[in-house]
Write a new protein. Structure first.
Length: 145
């Protein structure tokens, strides 16, 4: 496991944001952006890359989010979703630095709704699947997606 010190990596970046992506992770499945906007900072455009979706979460401070004919203030612990060709502008007209994290990955449609491959055929004589745990079984784990 490797620990990434995102605040320090961001400080070294000229645009005050750092993308933890393919260069660091060696995968194109997911990425994370750690960004800062200082008080009264210039606006920054956000848009998910083609075929990807992003969730943007404000970690500290507040962001003014503009898209089309609307404008919202998004505060600490609040998040919003970008997908497809969505394009928003974020800004920080407030008195304290704003920090946000953008988590992204390939969109559901891109990954899951394409023509599925046929499952491999198993030879006759494979063992049957084990029985699923009953609803009362304390060992049963539920996963939510």
């Amino acid at each position: 496991m490797k620990i990434y010190r995102l605040p320090q990596l961001t400080e070294a970046s000229p645009d005050n944001q750092y993308c933890l992506g393919f260069e660091d992770l060696k995968t194109r499945a997911v990425y994370l952006v750690y960004g800062k906007l200082g008080p009264s900072n210039v606006e920054r455009r956000l848009s998910a890359p083609e075929g990807h979706e992003e969730i943007v979460c404000v970690v500290r401070g507040k962001l003014l989010v503009k898209g089309g004919r609307y404008e919202y203030t998004v505060g600490e612990g609040e998040a919003f979703h970008l997908k497809g060709k969505d394009s928003l502008v974020i800004g920080n007209p407030y008195d304290v630095e704003a920090v946000y994290i953008t988590a992204g990955g390939r969109s559901f449609e891109e990954v899951h709704l394409k023509e599925p491959k046929k499952p491999p055929q198993h030879p006759v004589g494979d063992k049957p699947l084990e029985q699923s745990p009953s609803e009362d079984d304390p060992q049963k784990q539920t996963l939510a997606y």
